[in-house]
Ligand binder design. Structure first.
Ligand code: DX5
Ligand code: ZN
Length: 224
């Protein structure tokens, strides 16, 4: 399981808004909508004011799913924990530039584990902060809400950074967007150059997740 090659738009459902008591079933349901990846939001209560799941839960989920596990580490010490998430079975690790001490070394380390690597920037972090590291990554994640919680309001100014990120990385690196994405905001972020669309609330607040995923997919095809 590898991050899909560039050239396609992928929907990455975020489990943050799913029913955590039924995680394996929730992931199986989105898999039946033909998504290739699931976005796992990992929060430590330090880097963000919320706590979600850690390696033991990821390892159990791995047994139930063959989707690409796109892990988004919203944790203070990503270099300390990356290996444990790889052992648990994630396929991709995104860390926050605001939390990384030696980002280039961390990208190398993640690649050394056989995983793809991503760097993420918060809404208040300028694109310049990832300018050097972005071309070394397989995916760059632009936050369009402050990380920590699902169902927040999309921040249009933060989304504009996608344009610059896409200019920096060119066509061969994925640009992912996370926060407040729904069928209304998806066409805009795609027009800016995003090709990997995270959505939590827009999918898991709906009783029919498959219809919700298809609505998002259709929205990404709109030409603005
Ligand atoms: C926020 C997380 C997101 C979150 C997005 O900290 O990183 O992945 O689940 O949720 P929505 O799509 O509800 O804004
Ligand atoms: Zn996320």
């Amino acid at each position: 399981m590898r991050l899909p090659k560039t050239g396609t738009i992928e929907i990455a459902p975020s489990i943050l808004s799913s029913d955590f008591a039924r995680l394996a079933d929730e992931i199986a349901e989105i898999a039946s909508a033909d998504v290739k990846m699931v976005h796992l939001d990992i929060m430590d209560g330090h880097f963000v004011p919320n706590i979600t799941i850690g390696p033991p839960v990821v390892a159990k989920l791995r047994k139930y799913s063959s989707l690409v596990f796109d892990s988004h580490l919203m944790i203070s010490e990503p270099a300390e924990y990356a290996e444990r998430f790889v052992e648990a079975g994630v396929n991709h690790i995104t860390f926050h530039i605001e939390a990384a001490v030696e980002p280039e070394r961390l990208v190398d380390k993640i690649h050394g584990f056989g995983c793809t690597a991503g760097v993420c920037l918060n809404p208040d972090t300028p694109v310049e902060a990832v300018e050097a590291i972005a071309p070394l990554c397989d995916m760059v994640l632009v936050m369009t809400v402050r990380p920590g919680f699902g169902a927040q309001k999309f921040m249009p100014e933060a989304a504009k950074k996608i344009i610059k990120v896409r200019e920096i990385v060119g066509p061969d690196i994925r640009v992912e967007v996370d926060g407040g994405i729904d069928p209304q905001t998806a066409p805009l972020v795609v027009s800016y150059g995003a090709d990997t669309i995270v959505a939590g609330n827009a999918i898991f607040s709906k009783s029919d997740r498959i219809t919700a995923i298809n609505a998002l997919r259709e929205a990404t095809k709109q030409i603005l």
